[in-house]
Design a protein around this ligand. Structure first.
Ligand SMILES: [Zn+2]
Ligand SMILES: [Zn+2]
Length: 403
């Protein structure tokens, strides 16, 4: 027997229903916000992720499904969605147009990490990316879209936001932060020490308790923002309040990825014991240029479908569709003809086996159909069908011409 690979999972039955429910809900809302679908390859050049996600990140440093293909190309299964979409944005020369572009996507992502609860090696994300709109109103709108998706799915959350600054304020802040970190070097963990050099801002994200205590006194970017970043953050807070989207400012929210600027946000589930991010995103105004395109502001988010599957309840299943059965197999061709017509407008099940009426009704009920339509010898003769509504329990003979 061949099983799925470690950390990979089949989605079937309730899991796959939840998957479809989450994705269709998110798609409907994204479309209402003016987003169109984009599909990009799962396999990309490794260099794309090295450049965009950043060599210092755990994703690129430790977790990539990277290999050399038969044409000697260094390739990688995408560990996240944004890089491929920004690559597509540039490859399709959309950065040369003077227009906004808004895309939604969903699909599998791959990270070679230690499998544990809520953390698979093959997992799914739904996400949106908005290009060429620098206004903070777009930041508000995209956060509002994520909150609409969670509201529609009946999932409660806390929204955390932060500003990651821009070229005007980040470099000065970084210097201050590095000076602080250097002074505490001895007391910080080895991960932190490595990051002081590779990605000092990520140190703020350390989960180590003793590091956390020390980092409480670290200079905060929020106190060092330039006027433009400060104004945008204030406006974002004001818009969220006006629209009754509650939030907290988390100054340690730095995201795992290197290309974020200004607004960063995370939706954290309030329904699980341990705090767990169910969606995250933010502005990444530097990435398009960084990947060789024309400088274009952009913002996006991704939500983790498996994490949401653990929280979401499926909407109540309503009885629907038509069950077709026969007491006499000579009626089968007629059943198939009826099925073909009825499938144009509803779900239809055809039982090929001759069974008793009681046994047919039992199957129709178990499969969740609304109506059972049974044809026996008499019905064949009269050119009628016998129909039972399994909800109202009403039974009737209907002429084939009008059925
Ligand atoms: Zn640490
Ligand atoms: Zn700034």
């Amino acid at each position: 027997m061949i099983n799925p690979l470690r950390g990979m999972k089949d989605l079937i039955f309730e899991d796959s229903q939840k998957f479809v429910h989450i994705v269709t809900t998110a798609i409907k809302i994204a479309k209402n916000y003016g987003y169109t679908y984009i599909e990009t390859p799962i396999l990309e050049e490794t260099a794309l992720f090295k450049r965009s996600v950043g060599e210092s990140s755990d994703i690129v440093g430790k977790e990539m499904y990277q290999f050399i293909d038969k044409g000697a190309n260094d390739v990688c299964m995408r560990p996240e969605g944004t890089a491929g979409i920004v690559r597509a944005f540039i490859s399709n020369k959309l950065d040369r147009q003077d227009a906004t572009h808004r895309f939604y996507y969903y699909g599998p992502m791959f990270r070679y990490e230690r499998p544990q609860k809520g953390r698979l090696r093959s997992f799914h994300q739904f996400g949106c990316e908005s290009f060429a709109e620098a206004s903070v109103y777009e930041d508000f709108t995209i956060i509002s879209m994520v909150s609409d998706i969670f509201d529609a799915l009946g999932i409660r959350y806390n929204l955390e936001i932060n500003s990651l600054g821009d070229n005007a304020c980040m470099p000065d802040y970084k210097e201050k932060l590095i000076a602080f970190l250097e002074s505490k070097k001895e007391s910080l963990c080895s991960d932190c020490n490595r990051r002081i050099v590779t990605n000092p801002v990520r140190v703020l994200d350390c989960k180590n308790e003793s590091c956390k205590t020390i980092l409480k006194d670290a200079p905060k970017l929020i106190d060092n923002l330039c006027d433009s970043c400060r104004d945008d953050l204030d406006r974002l807070c004001q818009l969220l309040s006006e629209h009754k989207i509650t939030y907290t400012i988390n100054t340690n929210l730095v995201r795992g990825l290197d290309y974020y600027t200004k607004s960063a946000f995370e939706f954290v589930s309030t329904e699980v014991g341990a705090q767990s991010a169910i969606a995250g995103g933010g502005r990444y105004d530097k990435l398009v240029e960084f990947l060789g395109g024309k400088s274009t502001p952009a913002i996006g988010f991704a939500l983790g479908i498996e994490r949401i599957m653990d929280l979401v309840e499926l909407p109540e299943q309503k009885r629907e569709g038509l069950y077709l059965g026969t007491l006499d197999t000579t009626a089968l061709p007629l059943l198939l003809q009826i099925a073909k017509e009825k499938r144009a407008v509803q779900k239809v099940y055809v039982e090929y086996e001759q069974k008793s009426l009681k046994s047919h009704l039992k199957s129709a009920d178990k499969l969740g159909y609304l109506k059972a339509c049974i044809i026996g010898e008499n019905e064949l003769k009269d050119k009628t069908v016998w129909v039972k509504d399994l909800q109202s329990k009403e039974e009737q003979h209907i002429s084939l011409d009008v059925f």
